[in-house]
Design a protein around this ligand. Structure first.
Ligand code: TYD
Ligand code: MG
Length: 456
C-alpha cells in the first residue's frame, strides 16, 4: 500500500482550484480572498476512487450496442417539480437543490416523500434531529408510510444503511454537514463536499437510486462549496425569492435530462409549499384601475412566458444627489433607461429620485422589461395611470429605439390568455396578429409616449 502522507493545500472556495500555497487571488476564477487551507491525505484509500465497487467491471461498448430506451422517470406527485426535472426524477440521478437558509429546501425535500407514500424514501438529516423532522412532517401532513428518517452525518454509515435498505429515493440534507472518514478536513470544507458528492454520485449510479442532495448557497448566490459540486451532480435546482415573502421560485440551472429553461413557482403556506401553476396570477395587479407608476411586462423566464407588474416611484430628490434604487432589476440598466428618456425623449428625470420594484420578489433580467420600466417611470412621474389591461414587451436601445425581443408571439398569446386587451411591442418584429388583443407596434420611445399618454 502506498505510504500515507499528509500535506496542506489551498483550495478556492469559489471554483475548487487547488494550489500548494496561499494566493490573494485565485488564478483560475480570478476571485479575491477565496483560498482556504485544508489538509489532504495522499496515498490513503479513497472511497470515491475505489476501483473495487460494482460497475468498475464495465467494458467499453460500441455506441450502437448501448441501450437507448427512454430512461425511467419517477413521478414525485408534484407537477411543478416533475416539470422542471424534465418529466420526473431519472433513476440513478443526483439532484442538487440549492438555496439560502430558510427558503424551503428542507420543506420541499420532506414534502416530496410525504406526498409519494408509494416510494420508500430514506431521508438523511444532518441538520435537524429526527424529532424536528417529525414536527415538520406533522405540519406538512401527507402520508409518511414510505418515509424512513435517519439522523446521521458520517457518509460511510449512511451509504451502508442505504445499501441494506435499498430505498426508491434518498434525500440528503445537507451536503455541508456530511463528512467522510477518507478526508481529514472538517465537514463543509471543499474537500469534504467534493468527497461527499462523489460518493453519493457513485452510489446513485451503482444502485440506480435517485438522490436528492441539499446544498446551501453563499452570500454571492453560488452553491457553497465549489462550482465543482455543480459539475459532479446531474441536475442543479436553485431556490430563489425573498424568504420574507411567501413566493419561492425553483429554477433549473443544470439538467442532464431536460431543459434548463424551466421555472417553478411555489407559495409557502402553513402546510408546506403549494404549487402555483399560473404564476402570472401572483405577479400581476391585484388592485383596481387608477394607480400610477405601474406597468405590466410580458416577460419570459426560461421557456415560460408570464406577466409581471413593474412598479416605479418618481419623486423630487430630497437631497442634492438623486437616489436610484431597484429591487429585482439591474440598477445600471435603470440608469441607462433614465438616460435614454432624458436624452432621446426630453424628459427631465435627472433631478428626481427613482425607485423601481418588480412584483413578487422576482429577479428579472429579460430585456423585454425595458419598455414597462420606462412606462412605469413616466406614469409615476406624470401621475398618469396606465390602464390595467395594457402590457408591454420590448427592449429599449441607447438611441431610444424599441427593439424586438425573443418569442414576442408567445408573450402576446400569454397576455391575451390572461385577459389583457392591448400590448405594446416593437414595430421591427413580426407583424402577426393574435385574436382578442390589440397589438400596438412602436418604433421608439417618443412614439410610445405619444401613443400611450396622448392617445395618438
Ligand atoms: P426550511 O425548509 O427549513 O428552509 P431551508 O431548509 O431552506 O433552510 O424552512 C423554510 C421556512 O418556511 C421556515 O422559516 C419555516 C417556514 N415554513 C412554513 O412557513 N410553513 C411550513 O409548513 C413549513 C414546514 C415551514
Ligand atoms: Mg434546511
Amino acid at each position: 500500500m502506498a505510504q500515507v502522507k499528509t500535506k496542506t493545500v489551498w483550495f478556492c472556495k469559489e471554483c475548487g482550484n487547488e494550489s500548494p500555497k496561499w494566493m490573494g487571488r485565485c488564478p483560475a476564477c480570478g476571485e479575491w480572498n477565496t483560498m482556504v487551507e485544508e489538509t489532504v491525505v495522499s496515498g490513503k484509500k479513497n472511497a470515491s476512487a475505489d476501483v473495487s465497487v460494482p460497475g468498475a467491471s464495465r467494458k467499453p461498448l460500441p455506441l450502437s450496442e448501448i441501450d437507448s430506451s427512454v430512461e425511467e422517470r419517477i413521478s414525485l406527485n408534484n407537477a411543478e417539480v416533475d416539470r422542471i426535472l424534465g418529466g420526473g426524477l431519472v433513476e440513478g440521478s443526483l439532484v442538487l437543490i440549492g438555496g439560502e437558509p430558510g427558503i424551503g429546501k428542507s420543506t420541499l425535500s420532506l414534502q416530496i416523500p410525504l406526498h409519494c407514500p408509494h416510494l420508500k424514501t430514506l431521508y438523511v438529516t444532518g441538520e435537524e434531529s429526527a424529532r424536528q423532522v417529525k414536527l415538520r412532517a406533522a405540519r406538512i401532513g401527507g402520508d409518511d408510510a414510505g418515509c424512513l428518517i435517519y439522523s446521521e452525518t458520517l457518509m460511510e454509515n449512511i451509504l451502508s444503511q442505504a445499501r441494506s435498505i435499498m430505498p426508491d429515493l434518498m434525500v440528503v440534507d445537507s451536503v455541508q454537514t456530511m463528512f467522510s472518514q477518507n478526508v481529514e478536513s472538517s465537514p463543509g470544507s471543499v474537500t469534504q463536499i467534493k468527497e461527499t458528492a462523489s460518493m453519493l454520485l457513485r452510489f446513485a449510479k451503482d444502485t440506480g437510486i435517485p438522490v436528492i442532495l441539499i446544498g446551501h448557497i453563499t452570500k454571492e448566490g453560488s452553491i457553497a462549496g465549489p462550482k465543482i459540486l455543480e459539475h459532479i451532480v446531474d441536475v442543479v435546482l436553485q431556490f430563489e425569492g425573498d424568504n420574507r415573502g411567501t413566493y419561492r421560485l425553483l429554477r433549473s440551472i443544470k439538467n442532464r435530462f431536460g431543459s434548463t429553461s424551466e421555472l417553478a413557482v411555489f407559495e409557502m403556506t402553513g402546510k408546506g409549499l403549494r404549487e402555483v401553476s399560473n404564476p402570472s396570477e401572483m405577479l400581476t395587479p391585484m388592485h383596481g384601475e387608477g394607480l400610477s407608476g405601474v406597468a405590466v411586462s410580458a416577460m419570459l423566464d426560461g421557456a415560460r412566458p408570464f406577466l409581471i407588474e413593474v412598479q416605479a416611484l418618481v419623486s423630487s430628490a430630497a437631497y442634492g444627489t438623486p437616489q436610484r434604487s431597484a429591487t429585482g432589476f439591474d440598477v445600471r440598466r435603470l440608469n441607462m433607461l433614465l438616460a435614454v428618456l432624458e436624452k432621446r425623449a426630453g424628459f427631465k428625470l435627472g433631478v428626481k429620485d427613482v425607485f423601481l420594484n418588480m412584483a413578487g420578489g422576482l429577479r428579472v433580467n429579460d430585456p423585454a422589461c425595458d419598455l414597462s420600466v420606462i412606462c412605469a417611470v413616466l406614469s409615476s412621474n406624470f401621475d398618469f395611470a396606465i390602464p390595467s389591461d395594457v402590457c408591454f414587451a420590448g427592449e429599449v436601445g441607447l438611441s431610444g429605439e424599441v427593439r424586438p425581443v425573443a418569442q414576442t408571439d408567445r408573450r402576446i398569446v400569454e397576455a391575451a390568455r390572461l385577459g389583457f386587451k392591448k400590448i405594446y411591442v416593437s414595430s421591427f418584429g413580426s407583424q402577426e396578429t393574435v385574436a382578442g388583443i390589440e397589438i400596438v407596434r412602436v418604433s421608439d420611445v417618443t412614439s410610445l409616449c405619444r401613443s400611450l399618454f396622448k392617445g395618438d
